[in-house]
Design a binder for this molecule. Sequence first.
Ligand SMILES: [Zn+2]
Length: 830
Amino acid sequence: MQKSNRCIALFEVRPTTHYGKIGRQSDRTIDQSIRHSWSFLHSLWILMRRKPHRQHYNDLNRLSSIDLMKFTFLLLTALTVNLSLAPAGVTPLPDKVAAVVPDKQASQIPDAEKLTGMLGERVQNSAINRLLQTVDPDRLLEGYRKRPGRQEWDGEHIGKWIHAATLAWVYTGNAELRAKLDKTVTELIKCQLEDGYLGTYEPEKRWTSWDVWSHKYNLIGLLTYIRYTGNLEALPACQKMGDLLCKTFGEGPGQKRVIQVGGHAGMASSSVLEPMVWLYRLTGEPRYRTFCEQILSSWERPEGPHIVSRLVEGQGVHKVGNGKAYEMLSCLNGMLEWYRVTGDDQLLQAALNAWKDIVAKRLYITGTCSSHEHFQGDYDLINYGNVGETCVTVTWLQFNAHLLRLTGEARFADQLERIAYNQLPGAQRPNGKGWGYYVQMKGLKPYNENLTGSCCLSSGPRGMALLPTFALTTDADGVVINFYDPATATLTLADRSVVALDVQSQYPAAESITITVKPAKPQTFALKLRIPSWCDNASLQVSGQSAPLTPGKDGYVAINRLWQPGDKVTLTLPLKARLIAGDHTNEGKAALAYGPLILAVDAALSDGQNNPALPGLDLAALKFTVEPAKETYLAWPEAQVFRITVDGKNYGLAPFATAGCTGSRFRVWMRLAGAIANDNLLENGIESRSRQGNLEGSILDDLPVVTFDGKMATEDWYAVTLDKPITIGKLVFSQGKLFHNGGWFDASAGKPQVQIQETKNSEWKTVGELAKYPSTTATDNAKIRAGQDFIVTFSPPLTATAVRVLGKPASGDAPHQAFSSCAGLRATAP
Ligand SMILES: [Zn+2]
């Protein structure tokens, strides 16, 4: 926190002292204003005395009488200035160890700004509807009060909640949330054992699997809480945890290596680096520094993940450790905290290489990465299959936020916009109560409100709570506008002067953004604007005059001038629709974007359909229109939905942020008529089945369907028909859902068969069978598993325009009826 350095001497860390609750807005007192003024005065006083920044409070005793007169004058000035323009009610506790590499762009204390548009709605909903009203801390503490926890990483949730809830409390000033936080922190600390252990494992199972990981999140939560509340009662608990980690892990006799006690090539446990750097900086204790050094060296041991060396060599992130995305990004975030302390340029280089690799080869259009929780091979961006874990989305957001602070370059804010307007809100139920785990490019939104062991549900709110730390901020030259959500902000510049901002916009529903700049008195500084990379025809007016839009080295357009209070800047970002051609995995498909928003066809807005075949890449042919959103899609007052016309049929699209919010099927990548999809040759086809059934799914989206209609049948089939012939080397049938009364094929009279049509509407011809399908009967499913794949290989390959799998449905325990179920049908080239 840049902002805090000014008051380091007055807020010297004394581990046993309670500073009292540092209030904000709603519960702010004159005493706190005086405290701010004192800290402000203290910096003035330091300047006056021309002494090094780190002064001790006792130095006040050595003031001369002239100094005291100046001091009194400055005290009065500071009180006056601060009472009218104090940016916020919270003064974070300063670090004892200053950063060797200072931030180029400040990380704001969340109460410096208030977002009131699309993003503001989501941040507020997350704070109140989820963190305050939905999450039950007693559930999160359960595994600590009665060890072990429900499952191995059950301990992570409480620290993640404290982290998010602290930031959300600073942002909202909600007194109930603060009371809930205080109580929860006290209850968590009560669970700490004498030796400092604060995990959910039984003694004999300590330091296996996800135990260090839970300590990491407890440190992240508690250190954030201490920093923003000033309540040092939790500091001894953090130091005891830190000391236990130092005692347990290291190179000495009887010690373990931290990379040996957790999964994913040691990346899970060694990601404790991030809060251990914080603990070192807050306390200045050298043993925590030593611990961090050991983590860095353990990464490069033969059995380690080689995070720094492989990235510096220019290897892709999928070649680092075991490629597990959430754990690796967590380590990279810790590595950048360590870079702040050490200034080791190699670490920044490793991070920049990782960023470039992800953006070029491993990033989804909506701003997430990973499938099956790992970074995959180059351009291997499948649209479904455990895509976009929300924990990955949030750690990727944090990684970009770190790089933005360290470099001050707009390209990182551009990625933050992509995440904040698409994948992050896309993972959140619009009312903020629930979150999704994997949030894929097509299918259904998997919102869930209960934790049930799901890491992502505690991660999402952390991402939301971080948005106000970088939306509007400052750098050495002045004010920086990263996001254009309507907002008010009170920002402190490098010279400690305070500038208020008022951003009026309906972004991303309208193109005009007016920023009113309100310094306390006329003042010269830069106002920096990020021109989003999607926008190629922006225009700018400063106090009514046209101004050039030439970006500086940092990528921002800077307006350097003497600002009068009330000066206005109007930025116009024309919001045209864009049709984006897919490549690699999405060859033969296209996606639609509108301003910063990625859109998705939503079956609920399209009479149940979500699979149009676009005639080509000509936008005009789609008759694209925009209209106000209604009901659940109205996630903020200006929310919009979109329409296109394909083959005379009308399809509705929603921003990815709300697509599927009513439980409907959606898809980002639409097929191009006549094209063959790369990942699944059947993908651009039309699916059908013998009976419609009562489950809304799609065998082309890996969403199970059934043929259940309460009636008996002797034959069921699942088919896909294509516009033109394909050459198939392999066909995969994925078993659907299983029920007590059916859901599988009865194989007693023969295995399910594969049939094709060689030309359009020709006779079905049997070309193979699901040979490995178990020996099921009408009543026995032979332990077949939902999602189990059955593969048929064709040698030589087959040419077909339609393909189907056919079998006899099973009855289970209800003999008067029978039905089957299929979760997916995929075909690949030879
Ligand atoms: Zn997760």
